[in-house]
Ligand binder design. Structure first.
Ligand SMILES: *Cc1c(COP(=O)(O)O)cnc(C)c1O
Length: 496
């Protein structure tokens, strides 16, 4: 059965193919693309248990990306999940303190965004070819730190693509900046702006919406595209690792055939946990989807009350990738629990836009019974990191710490003892200072790279390549521009 895509806000339900949805990113009406139906897994769990990561990924991707050939998909998968990852397993499971940590941080930038951003460039280039697009694809991104580097690493040296990343010159951490400005690849361009993240984001959006600029680009053989997290080319590859984790537990006889497991996901934009929801709806035996938030607990309140309300203070925490008040991917869940009703969804999203909040119906809320939401404060997160380390010697990062703490709360509330997988979304080396400070506040006065070596010693894990590289790597990008010069800078890089 072939799966097409519709916008969550399109009352007419116009369908486009997967490759067209990947190229477009966001629908013209502002909605997100969702599959016309969620396909069921068509190989048995036993068979999946004998497959490696790439093979499992193929079994998932072939169902959602119906207009790709087997050869195309396998090429994309093998180009993505290769030696850029520091383990053949790609996403290994580690047991510690009563849960299986699914380590999604073994890619180029040691955070889970690599799972999707290492394959998206290949899906995009293949999509362009399938749709007879001759132009080179130019990815434009504004970043507050992490996404920019993961996108750069994914697109670097991918033929037929260019990538330009804008970041606030004084608004990212020293390590994040070093990671970006040392990026290799002649098709990459990193630009600091004299402004904040919102100004970078607005500048990028203006370029996307500029029709004259699009025509100028087209004449020179280029067109813009976006790598942001609402692209289905990022969502679909994330489903694969939940299937892989289940298959692995089965293979290692940690669970019986068909036994249900719980999944805990540290959540920000709701992409990762939505992938788990899709996996469940494909027939993977998942019981509870446990949504873990930090102090920006808009989702916890939503699951508790059925009201989504972003009107509140934005809190900066030590799990910055979850500091989000508008979880964009939640719109897809809203559409599904409304019974794939675009009119109902569009009404709620309009309310979000005008008043910053919306309330779902009791019928919709009843469809959320597989979700459990809770949150962890910064102090609770630090205490959990310390406890897991003291009990087991395993060191988790701050985002994963939020998930682990929420899992403890879930167990205390429910006495549920099902086998549980916690999505471990970043290497502790990415947040060394906060992690080491949680283990012992005395570390807080040490230098970053001293802490890196201490962490390696304490956790008995080698320093990841991504960190080793930036110790000594040469700076390759030193362009800084004023906000109004962003567009001119893009043209200069493209030679037009
Ligand atoms: C992006 C990110 C998250 C949040 O994932 P969403 O898909 O946005 O919910 C959690 N942890 C880390 C380390 C991340 O980079």
């Amino acid at each position: 059965m072939s799966v097409n895509y519709v916008s969550t806000r399109d009352l007419k339900k116009n369908q486009i193919t997967a490759s067209q949805a990947i190229l477009k990113g966001l629908a013209d009406d502002g909605g997100l693309f969702v599959p016309t139906s969620i396909p069921a897994l068509d190989v048995s769990l036993d068979k999946l248990a004998d497959m490696n990561y790439q093979q499992v990924a193929y079994e998932v991707l072939k169902l959602f990306l119906s207009d790709f050939t087997e050869e195309e998909l396998k090429h994309c998968i093998n180009s993505a999940y290769d030696s850029k990852f520091d383990t053949k397993e790609i996403a290994p499971l580690t047991y510690a303190d009563g849960a299986y940590y699914l380590e999604l941080f073994h890619g180029a930038t040691i955070a889970f965004k690599d799972m999707a951003l290492s394959i998206l460039p290949h899906l995009m280039i293949t999509s362009a070819r399938k749709n007879n697009i001759k132009n080179d694809i130019v990815i434009l991104t504004a970043t507050s730190g992490d996404t920019g580097k993961a996108a750069l690493a994914g697109f670097a040296d991918v033929e037929g693509t260019r990538i330009v990343v804008f970041y606030p010159k004084n608004g990212v951490s020293a390590i994040q900046e070093k990671q970006m400005v040392t990026q290799k690849g002649d098709n990459t361009h990193v630009v600091g702006i004299k402004g904040n993240f919102d100004q970078a984001q607005t500048g990028v959006k203006q370029m996307f919406n500029d029709k004259a600029l699009a025509a100028e680009l087209d004449a020179a053989g280029f067109q813009f595209s976006s790598a942001n997290s609402i692209n289905i080319g990022r969502l679909v590859p994330q489903i694969a690792y939940y299937v892989y984790a289940y298959a692995k537990l089965l293979k290692e006889e940690k669970i019986k055939y068909g036994e249900t497991i719980n999944v805990v996901v540290p959540t920000g934009n709701f992409g990762n946990i939505l992938a788990a929801y899709y996996a469940k709806n494909m027939g993977l035996p998942i019981d509870k989807l446990i949504c873990a938030s930090n102090e920006n607990k808009v989702l916890y309140d939503f699951f508790a009350t059925g009201e989504y309300d972003k009107n509140r203070d934005f809190i900066l925490t030590n799990s910055p990738s979850m500091d989000i008040l508008i979880s964009s991917n939640l719109e897809r869940l809203i559409y599904h629990i409304a019974g794939d009703d675009a009119a109902e969804n569009a009404k709620l999203m309009e309310s979000l836009k005008t008043s910053g909040k919306y309330q779902i119906t009791p019928e919709m809320k009843a469809k959320l019974d597989s979700f459990y939401g809770n949150y962890a404060t910064e102090a609770e997160t630090c205490a959990t990191i310390k406890k897991v380390f003291n009990d087991t010697g395993y060191i988790i990062d701050t985002h994963t710490g939020v998930a682990s703490n929420v899992f403890d709360k879930y167990k205390a509330e429910t006495n549920d003892s099902k086998t549980t997988v916690i999505a471990s979304t970043a290497s502790p080396f990415k947040f060394t200072r906060a992690v080491m400070g949680a283990i012992d506040p005395a570390y807080e006065k040490e230098e970053d790279f001293v802490l890196v070596d201490k962490l390696s010693e304490l956790g008995k894990v080698a320093v990841p390549n991504a960190i080793e590289e930036i110790r000594s790597a040469a700076i390759r990008h030193d362009t800084v521009v004023e906000v109004p010069e962003m567009c001119a800078e893009v043209k200069r890089f493209l030679g037009i």
